[in-house]
Design a protein around this ligand. Structure first.
Ligand code: GLU
Length: 304
């Protein structure tokens, strides 16, 4: 099985061999390179960065990020299991782990990742304005969003569901939402679905999902609706809340990136496939969302 690290190592060795044979199709390497074989005190960090950068296409976003040793990733800060800021101010969750794996494959250390909070409504704008390099934030791939940004993935598939107070007997699934007030988040696909397909439901939008919990508890709304896995995270942390019914949409999660950066999109898709194979995707799941949810099969990436 080919892993990125293995490939990096092979390419680094190949580069040295080609240099020695004069067979490389790249420009002449620096003369000092021939000396490195004899040194035993190379800094591992430096070696890693050079190797990763050397393998990435010159001038690509990947090479630029790798050379800079830093990346800015937008994620959720309020969603247990996927992106939740802990007491130390650092987000944790499956989305965060996927971000760390990608950074690692660019030769970027964990402290080179700048985590930026993105809420549902500002994800496209943050990518368009260059405020983030990537968004990994329970971000459903769809055609409207693809008009403004591109998506790698999907790396997970969720589905819209419903959360109520545990003692609410009235709402067991989407058919019970007529005449009810339902909290969701502005700019999300569940909001769009409720507005379009549930004309008898009063949609109450907030900025982030954790803002729906108080209105639910004080009776201002009857239910919260968004992706099943987000709701499962809230239910796991709060005994008074329960997820109701089966998911009733498909929400394939993608990694948002600047529109037209096909090289970066292809590279991320390649990395996801490698993570599926080498077990790092499963490990990322099991150490986060897997505490509450069963381990799924990873979805096939969509190289549109
Ligand atoms: N996956 C849906 C979306 O991207 C809902 C979750 C969210 O708002 O992040 O809109």
């Amino acid at each position: 099985m080919r892993t990125r690290r293995g490939l990096v190592a092979v390419m680094a060795v190949t580069a040295l061999t080609l240099t020695a044979c004069g067979g490389g199709d790249a420009e002449e390497p620096a003369e000092g390179d021939t000396d490195t074989g004899g040194t035993s005190e190379e800094s591992p960090a430096e070696g890693g960065d050079d190797a990763a950068a050397g393998e990435l296409p010159e001038g690509s976003t990947m090479a630029e990020l790798s050379e800079a040793g830093s990346i800015t990733i937008g994620t959720k800060f309020d969603q247990p299991l996927f992106g939740l800021v802990g007491p130390d101010g650092v987000p944790e969750g499956f989305d965060v782990e996927i971000g760390k794996l990608l950074a690692e494959r660019l030769g970027i250390e964990e402290d080179g990742i700048e985590w930026v909070e993105t809420i549902s409504a500002n994800r496209e704008a943050f990518i368009e304005n260059g405020q983030v390099d990537l968004v990994i934030a329970t971000y459903t791939i769809n055609d409207d969003r693809k008009e403004r940004i591109d998506f790698a993935g999907p790396y997970y598939e969720a589905g819209q569901s419903i959360l109520t107070l545990a003692d609410n007997e009235d709402i067991q699934g989407p058919d019970d939402l007529a005449g009810k007030r339902v909290c969701t988040v502005s700019g999300s696909t569940p909001e769009a679905n409720l507005l379009e397909n549930f004309p008898d439901t009063e949609v109450v939008p907030f900025g982030a999902y954790n803002e729906c919990l108080e209105p639910l508890r004080n009776g201002q709304v009857d239910a919260v609706s968004t992706d099943n896995v987000i709701l499962a995270g809230f239910a796991a942390e709060n005994d008074d809340l329960e997820v109701r019914g089966e998911p009733f949409t498909k929400e394939p999660y993608g990694i948002g990136l600047a529109k037209g950066d096909d090289e970066l999109r292809t590279w991320i898709n390649d990395q996801l496939e490698e993570m599926y194979e080498d077990g790092s995707w499963t490990e990322a799941w099991e150490s986060t969302a897997g505490a509450v949810l069963p381990t799924p099969e990873p979805p096939a990436v969509d190289r549109y």
